[in-house]
Design a protein around this ligand. Sequence first.
Ligand code: PAF
Length: 284
Amino acid sequence: MQIIHTISEIRRLVAAYKQEGKTIGFVPTMGNLHQGHLELVKMALSKSDIVICSIFVNPLQFGEGEDFEQYPRTLDKDAQKLKLAGCHIVFAPAVDEMYPHSKGSGCDQSQIIIPDISDILEGAARPGHFTGVATVVAKLFNMVQPDKAVFGIKDYQQLQVIKCFVQDLCFPVEILSHSIVRESNGLAMSSRNAFLSAEQKQQAAAIYQALKHIESQIHKGIRDYAALQQQAEKQLNIQGFRTDYISIRDVDLNMPETESKKLVILAAVYLGNTRLIDNLQIST
Ligand code: PAF
């Protein structure tokens, strides 16, 4: 497995593989890898010849006062895990390679803004976040030029945002999604779980239980979405969380109709200072 830090080198390698007729699968990450990421790599390996995983903690998607500085940087450990998983190339550019204005070239002004979907739910809580995500993912796609890219459904809204700009701007890349990988107690795997104590990890299982409870209510025919959301929020707050939102949406993240057949229940909650998100897709 090779570890590459520059755009010129990743381009050279990818061009050589493409020359040989190999397909490129891509898994963009911010590092601090867990089993969930390794499942994305596994999926990419099953769908393409060469798998590239990027590790880049993207300053553009962190807001003021968010955890950009604290975000764990664990390149050596990540590289070991990726090697064992069968990844071929790690692309780990420095900030000034991705945003060269800081070292005097380029203007770093262009951004990909996807209106509406970027402004709700996670976007409402984290203004500018999805512009930062879309911009860095577009840049990475231009650098790596993958045939396929794999994203986790855990970041449901991120996945919709990426699918949207890829389609709108005709990026020649197929977006694949991977189901949420959970701990045995149901907690969705996330790099941010590293901020939780052992006790909090047990406590955080309540988020998935709350989503499952709403699912069971909907399956019983209860369609008062506002009441279901409020009850779940209240329950989680009693259990020591600070709920940002529990929201029942249709699969495109619009407000659902009473008779909508496919729904997604999304949750964002704080446990201590850690913001955790999760979701559950349901078909009725
Ligand atoms: O999901 C993530 O880890 C990040 O948002 C991504 C897609 C790698 C962009 O920085």
